[in-house]
Design a protein around this ligand. Structure first.
Ligand SMILES: Cc1cc2nc3c(=O)[nH]c(=O)nc-3n(C[C@H](O)[C@H](O)[C@H](O)COP(=O)(O)O)c2cc1C
Length: 182
């Protein structure tokens, strides 16, 4: 084992205290559980609790990931914003399948969301652009808000005994169902 490997193995992957996932009271709608975990992360003082890895598919089908900020969650879906000239925008135009992975280290929680992305209207995009802290009030026609409309949302709550709890939600014909993965 290399020195680097030994030092990496010695680092803790999870904090000392982690919440339990109440399996008896899981919501039917995974957005509810996502919002509860996001609120816990915000209340717990997590840094960038709204940051996630956003995955698209490249021209050759290979996954491409980068960090983005979640801008909103409503009936349109999980929203992000970016320039419509960016690499990710080009990839989404060619193949709208995408995914988001959130990791909240303070609670040992991960959420992976996948589905299809739609571009939202000019009004939503410009409202987002103008609400940026460094906005000078001028519109930006290259700014675009996208919404990821999920068909799968997988939650993981880590445990110290390594029996991490995985709950997988799947949407079929507009209805969500969930199962626990072993
Ligand atoms: C914490 C963090 C937040 C970011 N948020 C955004 C964002 O909301 N929108 C965005 O376009 N890029 C954001 N970026 C930059 C992206 O990670 C990425 O480098 C950039 O959008 C170009 O990606 P692309 O070439 O795949 O299109 C963020 C980077 C970091 C580290």
């Amino acid at each position: 084992m290399s020195d680097l490997s030994a030092r990496l193995r010695a680092l803790p992957a999870f904090p000392d205290q982690m919440p339990d996932l109440d399996l008896e009271n899981l919501p039917e709608d995974p957005d509810e559980l996502f919002l509860a975990w996001l609120e816990d992360a915000i209340a717990g003082g997590a840094r960038q609790p709204h940051a996630m890895t956003f995955l698209t598919l490249g021209e050759d089908g290979a996954p491409v990931g980068r960090t983005l900020i979640l801008k909103d969650l409503d009936s349109e879906g999980y929203q992000i914003s970016t320039r419509n000239t960016s690499r990710k925008a080009q990839q989404l135009a060619a193949d709208p399948r995408a995914a988001m992975t959130f990791f909240w280290r303070e609670t040992g929680r991960q959420v992976h969301i996948s589905g299809t992305v739609v571009a939202l209207g000019e009004d939503v995009s410009q409202a987002d652009w103008l609400s940026r802290p460094n906005s000078d009030g001028s519109p930006n026609p290259a700014w675009q808000v996208y919404a990821l409309q999920p068909t799968q949302i997988d939650f993981m709550q880590a445990r110290h005994d390594r029996l991490h709890v995985h709950i997988d939600y799947r949407r079929q014909d507009g209805l969500w169902s969930h199962t626990q993965r072993g």
